[in-house]
Design a protein. Structure first.
Length: 430
């Protein structure tokens, strides 16, 4: 975190009803992995609909450190991986973003060697990379850990059947990118099924990979001799879409998002309807509206896709704080996802946390206060809470939000929100 990040914050004044249309940006959780996948082939790969966010900037720095040439023109990113010479991702880059670990699979597949610092990112509790490493070992790689680094080497990866103990998104992606150049047929069982996995598989296939079963729990990869560069458009960000739909519902507004498949948000939209939010689906558009006075308590449990996304849990807890009755939210993915609850309670929410359960006593009126963002999604949720809190809410540590939301405040203002970004460093120097 640099000085500018530390001193940037949002000032949110509650009250306005949000209404309007939002074009959803490219999915953060897809773009980062597609950038890593570009390392698999020498030559120029082109990605469209890449979000302009801090995590993408960090991944660009990682690729450039390795020797790739990266240029950006709006939402189009061109990556020439011909000049990749280094196979080492240093701590100062990786500690800023956990997704940097995804370069491990492509590097060992193409070059036979990868040395990557242990990952950082949001503090959501233990997210060990044991599943990644166990899978790479099954593909014949030698794995050595120590001094904060993971080193993976293999003269040639050899296909195998890998049964994941948990449908880890990161491990599925890393193993997919490693397996495309392995000798033989690799089967990944209990694979993650997220839409971003499917998007990665489509890009890999366009690069020459042979993959079957993308989006199912069993993915089969037939190794090829070489990959070639390709062009691809990143899918829309379902988490951003869900965040803005909640923003509209919270304020008694009427918000439409465009650019994502409603199918990618099936369980989330089902829960919105259960709460009392009106939802309309039309092609790649989703519209949500409602009156918070009639929202009702609803229990939610996060699960890997197609279950309720953990990345939308915090935003919906804010909504449940307004709903009448008591809701129970069960977090089954990340143990520290409730770290933001203390901040939300500063605004007047009534929530009790016990282990991986949160009991939300709804029907509360929120009031403005100063709060700090503990992580990316929680930061966005606190801004949403400020939209319905009486008075002004100051949200600090918004560098977390910048990691995953493109022009978050601008998009909220376009819907009528009273949100101001403040850079105290600039105001001090003026």
């Amino acid at each position: 975190m640099n000085l500018e990040e530390e001193e940037s914050r949002y000032l949110v004044r509650g009250g306005p009803r949000l209404a309007g249309h939002i074009e959803v940006s490219g999915a953060k959780n897809s773009a980062l992995k597609l950038m890593a996948a570009s390392l698999l082939a020498p030559g120029l790969s082109v990605l469209h609909n890449v979000p302009v966010i801090e995590d993408v900037r960090t991944m660009r720095e990682v690729l450039e450190h390795l020797g790739a040439a990266v240029t950006v023109d709006g939402g189009t990113m061109s990556i020439d991986a011909s000049g990749v010479a280094s196979h080492v991702a240093p701590y100062e880059l990786v500690q800023r973003m956990r997704a940097s670990i995804q370069i491990m699979g492509p590097l060992v597949a193409r070059f036979g060697h990868a040395r990557v610092a242990m990952p950082g990112g949001c503090n959501l509790g233990p997210r060990k990379i044991d599943i990644h490493l166990r899978g790479l070992r099954q593909l014949g790689a030698a794995v050595r850990t120590g001094h904060g680094f993971v080193e993976v080497t293999a003269e040639k990866l050899l296909a195998d059947t890998i049964i994941l103990e948990y449908p880890s998104v990161g491990a599925t992606e890393n193993l997919l990118m490693a397996a495309v150049l392995a000798d033989g047929v690799t089967v990944i069982d209990n694979a993650a099924r997220e839409p971003e996995i499917v998007d990665l598989c489509k890009f890999l296939v366009s690069m020459g990979a042979e993959i079957e079963g993308a989006g199912t729990s069993q993915v089969t990869v037939r190794g090829v001799e070489e990959m070639h560069p390709a062009e691809h458009t990143v899918i829309g960000d379902r988490i951003e879409a869900g965040t803005f739909l909640v923003a509209g519902a919270l304020t008694g507004g009427d918000v439409e998002v465009e650019g994502v498949s409603p199918h990618h948000l099936d369980i989330f939209l089902t829960k919105l309807r259960a709460i009392g939010v009106q939802v309309q689906e039309n092609g790649r558009k989703i519209r949500a509206w409602g009156d918070p006075a009639y929202y009702a308590a609803t229990d939610i449990a996060t699960l890997p896709y197609p279950g309720f996304a953990t990345d939308l849990q915090a935003q919906v807890i804010v909504l449940l704080s307004l709903a009448q009755g008591t809701s129970i939210v069960t977090e089954n993915v990340f143990v520290n996802r409730f770290g933001f609850v203390d901040e939300l309670m500063r605004l007047g929410a009534d929530i009790k946390v016990a282990g991986h359960y949160a009991v939300v006593n709804g029907g509360r009126s929120l009031s403005g206060a100063t709060v700090c963002s503990p992580d990316l999604r929680a930061g966005a949720a606190l801004v949403l809470a400020g939209l319905v809190a009486e008075g002004a809410t100051e949200v600090r540590d918004i560098y977390h939000i910048d990691r995953g939301y493109e022009r978050f405040d601008e998009k909220l203002r376009s819907l009528g929100a009273d949100v101001e970004r403040i850079d105290l460093r600039e105001s001090h120097s003026s």
